[in-house]
Each structure stands twice: as C-alpha cells, then as structure tokens.
Design a protein around this ligand. Structure first.
Ligand SMILES: Nc1nc2c(c(=O)[nH]1)N[C@H]1C(S)=C(S)[C@@H](COP(=O)(O)OP(=O)(O)OC[C@H]3O[C@@H](n4cnc5c(=O)[nH]c(N)nc54)[C@H](O)[C@@H]3O)O[C@H]1N2
Ligand SMILES: Nc1nc2c(c(=O)[nH]1)N[C@H]1C(S)=C(S)[C@@H](COP(=O)(O)OP(=O)(O)OC[C@H]3O[C@@H](n4cnc5c(=O)[nH]c(N)nc54)[C@H](O)[C@@H]3O)O[C@H]1N2
Ligand SMILES: [Mo]
Length: 762
C-alpha cells in the first residue's frame, strides 16, 4: 500500500487519512523528531461549520450600495452566485478606481494565510492588484515591526539575523551561557513561515545542557523555558534597563571588549556617556535598574561577570520589540553582545528570536526558491503595516516614519485575502470604527472569521488541503509536494480562480493567468526555477511523484562570522559599514521617542507607571500554544485548552485570592478600551501582578452592533493600545497591556465566534 498523501502547514508536514471529504487523522511526516501539537487542529477543519460555503454579500451593501456604515459586523448576508459576485466586485473595483484612483484601494492585506508557494493568498492578491493598476500597500510585519526598521540601520542584516543566525548545532557545541530575554519558548518554535519539516530546538537545547550549558531566562513566565534554567521575572517591559545595568558592569569593571568596539562598531563613546551618566548625572547601574525592574542589583552584577567569563549568547525574543519603544530592546541586546566582544565567534554573540520562530538556528538553503511572479506596484503609497486604523481614521494627515514625513491616503475599498485584522490588530473597538468609514470591505477567507463578518463581500476560499501546491522555505531543506487531499468544500474556490475570473471580467485575464491553469503554474514555476539553478534537481513530474526533494543547506553558521573575519570585505550595509551603537541618521531625525543610541524609555503599559493604579495587572498577550494565531481556533488542540468555552487566562494564585477568584472561574478582563471574558487558570509559574492571555480566540462581541461590546470569547486585542512603537518604526505594540480582572457572575453569554452570520433570503 502506498503511504497516505502528505501535505504541509506553517507548523509542520503530515500525512492524512481522509474520510468523507475531511481530514480524519494525521501522522507527522517521518523525519520530524518533535512534531508540533498544532497538527491536532487539522482533523475536521475542512468541513468545519465555520467554513464559508459560498459567495456572500452584506445585505445593507447589496440594498444601499457602497458607502460608510456602522452596520459592518451586525448585518445579515445574502448568498449570491459566483457570476454575480464577480460582476459586483468588478464593478465596485472599477468605480473606486475611476472615481478615486488606485491609491484608494488598501491591499496591504497583511496575514499569514497558508503554506504553499503558488496558492499563497498574499502573492495572489498582490499580483492581481498590481495588474489592476496598483494599490496602497503595507510595509514590515506585526512580527517584526520595530526590528524591521531599526536593525537594518544599526547592523544592516535584517534578514540575515534570522536566515543566517548561529546554528543550533554550534550553540549545542560551543555556548556556555544563553542569556534569553523573553525565554526560548518551544511553544513558538513549532512554527515557521512557509512551513517547516523539522523541529530541532528541543534536541539542541538538551545537547547544550548535557555539555553543561546554562540558561538564564528573563521572562514573566516560567514556562518560556522548558526544563532547567535560572528564571528571573522582572517587571515586564523593563529589559532595556536590565541590559543597561549589565552593560554598566561590563564598562566599569573592565570587562568590555574595547578592541571589538573600536574595530567593529561605531559610536560606543557616545553611548557610554549615557551609560555612565556623564551628561545626565544618572549612571545606569544595577542599583538604578533595580528600582525599575525590581530584580536585586547583586543578581545583575553577578550575571554580567558570568557573561564575560565564558562563551555567551545574548538573545532577544521578538516579543520584546512588540511594545512601545520596541526598537530599543533588539538594539540594546546587540550593543550588550558587542560589549562582550563575542559577535562572530562560535557559540557567542547575538541572537534575535530563538524561541520566537523555528527559523533562528536552522541552516539556510543555498539556493533560491520557486516564485510566483509579482510584478511592480504602480502605486507607491504605503503605510507601516500596524497603522491601518490610523490611516482609515485620518485620511490626508501627515505622520513621521523612519525619517520621512508621509501622508495617509483616502481609502475607499479595503481588500483582504489571507489575513485577519480582527486577529492581528490592536484596539478592536477602534478598528471597527475605522472600518465603518470606507465604502467597501472585501475579504477572501475559507472561514467566517470576525473579519469576514465585518466585510461587505465575502469570497469563499479553499484551504491548502483542497488544491495542488508545493512548499518551500528559506531555512527548510525540503520542498514538499502538497497534492489536494480532498475536493473543495461546498462552493469554495481557489483564490487564483477568483482573481482570474475577475481579471478576465476587468480586461486583463490573459496577463494575470498567462494562459495557465493553476496546475500549469506549478510546473512552470518549478521548471523556471530549476533551469536557473546551479544544481541538478528532478523534473517536476519526478518531484511530484516522489512527494519531496531535498535542497542543499549551509551548515554550521555563526552569525556575522564573516564580518568578524574580514570587516572590510564583509562591510555591513549600515551607513558606517559597522555595527552602529550610535546612529547619526536616527539622531538626525530628532525623534523624542527614538534617540541616536539605545536608551531606556518609560513604557506606557507597565506596572511602574500611574496607569497601573487603575489597571494593576500586566497582561502578556503572547502567541498561543494551541494554534497559529487565529487559525483553526475551532480545532481540537485549541478547543481542549478552553475553560468554560473561553480562552484561558493564567494568573498567580496570590493575585487570584486577592480578588476572590478560584481556578476555573469565568472572569471579565477589562480596561478603559474594552473588555472580554476568559476562563481562569491558576499558575505559580507566573510573576505576580502578571496575567497571560494569548491572542487568537475569535472575536465574539456580545452585541454585534456595538463596537464597544464585550468579547465573550477572550480576544485580548479588545484591550490593547493602537499606538506605534515610535516615530521611527511605528511597529505593532500588542504584546503588553494593563488590565484589571474580576469575577463574572452574570449568566454566561453564548459563544457564537465560530458560527456563520445570519443569512437573509432575497
Ligand atoms: N495583541 C497581540 N496581537 C498580535 C500579536 C501579539 O503578540 N499580541 N502578534 C502579531 C503577529 S506577530 C502576527 S504575525 C499577527 C498574525 O495575524 P494574521 O496573520 O492576520 O492571523 P491569522 O489567524 O494567521 O490569519 C490568516 C488568515 O488567513 C486565512 N487563510 C488561510 N489560508 C488561506 C487561503 O488560502 N486563502 C485565503 N484567502 N485565506 C486563507 C486563515 O483562515 C486566517 O483567517 O498577529 C499580530 N497580533
Ligand atoms: N504556537 C505558536 N507559535 C508561534 C505563533 C503562534 O501563533 N503560535 N506565531 C508565530 C509568529 S507569527 C511570531 S511573530 C512569533 C512571535 O514570537 P514572540 O514575539 O517571541 O512570541 P510571544 O509568545 O509573543 O513572546 C515570547 C515570550 O516573551 C515573553 N515576554 C513578553 N513580554 C516580555 C517582556 O517584557 N520581557 C521579557 N523578558 N519577556 C517577555 C512572554 O512570556 C512570551 O511567552 O511566534 C511564532 N510562533
Ligand atoms: Mo508574527
């Protein structure tokens, strides 16, 4: 018997047993020694009741035409035919373009969609909108909003920080001490954008420990490191103060590598004046930091000495830059590592995102990947991705970004395929008001997500398991064939087919499709790629029959080893060609919230500020252990974690008893922006005054007509602040928010998050 067909998700490859058009059972692909528990969400996902069965249009939009309205999210839908949908959509796109220009279409369409090189929804929607004449786009990501702007300026190699990071095997063999700001959470390393077929982090950490390696974890959560470590739980958001204190000890105890700072960095002198308090009279000593982070000064002093005494990696998780002033933590982490002088040495130096994603620590492939060509966007207007509500609420207003003054365009049509702003964006009450201002919202999704509920036109997409595709990821050695596991659900269609039909209707069908079916695109992409490679790979048909091919990888990397070996030949792409501890460019922008060198800024959402008087608990809104973002929230792994059907919120028993709460209680989590219900889980592995509620429970307003309604299911983004990291990057700051928690004693409202909206007959 031949093995069951394989397919792949962002969290791993698997074989599936199919029954009645759905995934009945999965087995992780052979070779993955630590498969992700997220695979458990797949059975039953293809025919889940939250699937969009056919094209649907909001009744108010159909009756009254496009225009601003507060009915989005509260209206009924009307089922339409595919022909009607194509006609309505084509007419509306034409109207918007003819009346307001292509800039009036917001097609940033941020989101993870699904794995697969061809049917990747972002690639499809962007190619379509580019050929339509262009659209307002978005830059950077919710993942790395601050890093994506600051790191190219100060170390030059944004992508290389991840793609060419120090390999796990090098860490296992050489590192003495891993100082982890934000832990190394194995819950997160299950995932990699584009898919992943191996999960080596757990095994590498075991080998590292067997050799005597030690982990120091700064984190509000004990379980950000599994197994042995020194757990230090500072006030959340104070890592930069801690790093400064460690740097201060290195500088004042003659432990800083001044030769390294001289040769490979620029601007240390300027930074050191700040560090020592030369100008402001405030040395950033461990005693200074203690008042901020509430860790003992002596602990920090001893750690700094230990860091200088052996081979040490300073690693900063991505969560640390998803807060106000998020530029500072990765920049200061880099500076601290530079002071230790081990950047570029095996097992020493800097890391960014070990435990954030599977990619850091994995070997990069040495060849390119097949691509679905995009073309250029004729419209140059863009926004930093997390400024979406700002843009919709403030058309025409100017704002600062990365040294430029930009202007928000006047958006009339919001077009989304492969992402969910009701998952990813902050302050959802504000997002609802922002979406109410546009003429038309279009959403392609396989599921009735909250974003689909808030759309005017809902396009039912297939999932990755209902179409032929193949994977590919820059740090994964396997290209995996992803043959359709089952037929498309109900009337759902591949996004490619939808866009092709629209393109034909709008007069550029041949340009969009190049005359190919989706299956013909797969072989064309593969053949173009293989023809340009320096190596010999099987033909497309051979690849498809084999189910996978293995690509060459570069093993044993150490981040910036080449730069250390020859700083002239491997000059960084920063203005100075070196690591910029002081950046003249950033200094020149004159921003009050991002100066020319890393420094401590008081956070907006933290336990040390006035706001904590009103909202005394620090909520960590981190990535969910039980799913990828909001995807497959209805699946078994996700559902099994819920408490009374709500997303679990973890709290220290001390904080619970102060509020008269017990394990399993239904609680209301609130601040002045919004509120949600959650199910209480007591856990001594949290710092006191901290609660943890992951992202990803589907937004479920008690009263769908009220933007300020309580979410009855536990989405933390009803609480988070919609403010950028700083004028430099304007990145997402959703990781932290201050809240209060109380018992919810009223009758529990029903959960409707995964139900389709009401439908009207015509
Ligand atoms: N408070 C807070 N908020 C956060 C974060 C945080 O830490 N705290 N983290 C942020 C981060 S790092 C990220 S990356 C974002 C993630 O935010 P998103 O990437 O927007 O979240 P997903 O749930 O992955 O959304 C992907 C959507 O694509 C759909 N989809 C899957 N396949 C297809 C397809 O083939 N076609 C179409 N049309 N759709 C498809 C899925 O059903 C799903 O609805 O969230 C951010 N939001
Ligand atoms: N299972 C799963 N894995 C995922 C994802 C998912 O949705 N599910 N999403 C993926 C994506 S898109 C991304 S971008 C990455 C994100 O990767 P990260 O942003 O690193 O992930 P988080 O889980 O938000 O945060 C990691 C840990 O940082 C700690 N932390 C939070 N605030 C602070 C702080 O102020 N100081 C310190 N020292 N620690 C803090 C938290 O305890 C948290 O568990 O994760 C990826 N991996
Ligand atoms: Mo992300």
């Amino acid at each position: 018997m031949s093995p069951a067909p394989a397919s792949l998700t962002h969290w791993g490859a698997f074989r599936a047993r199919i029954e009645s058009g759905d995934i009945a059972e999965i087995t992780p692909l052979e070779g993955d020694t630590d498969p992700s528990p997220l695979l458990g969400n797949l059975p039953g996902s293809v025919r889940h009741r939250s699937r969009v069965a056919g094209p649907a249009v909001r009744r108010g939009w159909l009756d009254n035409g496009p225009g601003p309205t507060d009915r989005r999210g509260a209206d009924e839908f009307v089922a339409v035919s595919w022909d009607e949908l194509t006609e309505l959509l084509a007419t509306e796109l034409r109207r918007v373009i003819d009346t307001h220009g292509n800039e009036a279409i917001y097609g940033g369409s941020y989101g993870w969609a699904s794995a697969g090189r061809f049917h990747h929804a972002q690639s499809q929607v962007h190619r379509f909108l580019k050929l339509l004449g262009g659209y307002t786009s978005s830059r950077h990501s919710y993942s790395l909003g601050a890093t994506g702007v600051i790191m190219p300026r100060v170390v030059g190699t944004h992508d290389d920080l991840f793609k060419r990071s120090t390999n796990w095997n090098v860490i296992a063999a050489h590192t003495d001490l891993l100082v982890c700001f934000g832990g190394v959470g194995l819950k997160n390393t299950g995932v990699n954008h584009g898919g992943t077929t191996a999960h080596p982090a757990r095994d590498a950490l075991a080998r590292f420990r067997d050799r005597g390696g030690q982990i120091v974890s700064f984190s509000p959560l004990r379980d950000d490191v599994e197994g042995n470590c020194q757990w230090l739980a500072p006030v959340p958001g104070t890592d930069v103060a801690i790093m400064l204190a460690l740097a201060y000890v290195l500088a004042t105890e003659d432990l800083a590598d001044r030769a390294f700072l001289q040769t490979y960095c620029t601007g240390y002198d300027r930074f050191e004046r700040y560090l020592l308090g030369t100008d402001d009279g405030e040395p950033k000593s461990p005693e200074w930091a203690t008042d901020i982070c509430r860790l003992p000064a002596q602990t920090l002093r001893e750690l700094a000495r230990q860091m200088a005494a052996g081979r040490t990696i300073v690693t900063v998780s991505w969560s640390l830059q998803r807060v106000r002033h998020g530029e500072q933590a990765p920049w200061m982490g880099l500076t601290l590592a530079a002071m230790l002088g081990q950047i570029g040495l095996p097992g020493g130096g800097f890391g960014h995102g070990y435990g954030s994603m599977n990619e850091p620590g994995l070997s990069p492939i040495t060849c390119r990947l097949p691509v679905f060509p995009q073309g250029a966007n004729p419209v140059t207007t863009f926004i930093p991705v997390a400024a979406v509500s700002d843009m919709l609420l403030h058309p025409g207003e100017s704002y600062d970004f990365n040294g430029q003054t930009l202007r928000f365009p006047d958006i009339r049509c919001v077009y989304w395929a492969g992402g969910n702003p009701f998952h990813h964006h902050q302050n959802l009450p504000r997002l609802r008001r922002a979406l109410a201002r546009v003429d038309t919202v279009v959403v392609h999704d396989p599921y009735w997500t909250a974003m689909a509920h808030h759309a005017d036109i809902v396009v039912p997409s297939t999932t990755a398991f209902e179409r032929d595709d193949f994977s590919g990821s820059r740090n994964d050695p396997l290209l995996v064939a992803m043959p359709a596991l089952t037929a498309p659900y109900a009337e759902s269609r591949n996004d490619y087919e939808t866009f092709a039909a629209l393109a034909y209707r709008l007069g550029f069908g041949e340009t969009f499709t190049e005359g190919r079916t989706d299956r013909e695109w797969l072989s064309a992409m593969y053949e173009k790629w293989s023809a340009e490679l320096d190596l010999i790979v099987p033909t497309f048909d051979e690849f498809w029959a084999a189910g996978q091919i293995r690509l060459p990888v570069e093993d044993g990397l150490t981040l910036l080893a080449d730069y250390r070996a020859d700083p002239q030949a491997h000059r960084l792409t920063t203005p100075s060609g070196r690591i910029e501890i002081f950046s003249a460019d950033i200094d020149g922008f004159g921003y009050a919230d991002c100066a020319g060198h890393p420094r401590w800024y008081e956070p907006t959402e933290w336990l040390g500020g006035d706001r904590a008087q009103r909202f005394p608990l620090h909520l960590v809104a981190n990535q969910p252990k039980t799913r990828l973002h909001g995807q497959l929230d209805g699946g078994a792994t996700s559902q099994n974690s819920k408490v009374q059907g709500r997303e679990p919120i973890r709290m220290h028993p001390v904080d619970a008893s102060a509020r008269g709460l017990i394990d399993g209680d239904l609680v209301r989590v609130f601040n002045d922006r919004g509120s949600c219900l959650a199910g209480l889980v007591l856990d001594e592995g949290l710092r006191t005054e901290v609660v943890q509620l992951s992202t990803g429970a589907w937004y479920d307003p008690e009263d769908p007509a009220d933007p300020d309604a309580m979410c009855v299911h536990g989405n933390p983004n009803v609480l988070t602040d919609d403010i950028g990291t700083s004028s430099l990057a304007r990145g997402c700051t959703g990781a932290h928010v201050l809240v209060e928690v109380e018992k919810f004693s009223a009758p529990a409202p029903p959960i409707r998050a995964h139900e389709p909206p009401p439908f009207a007959t015509r």
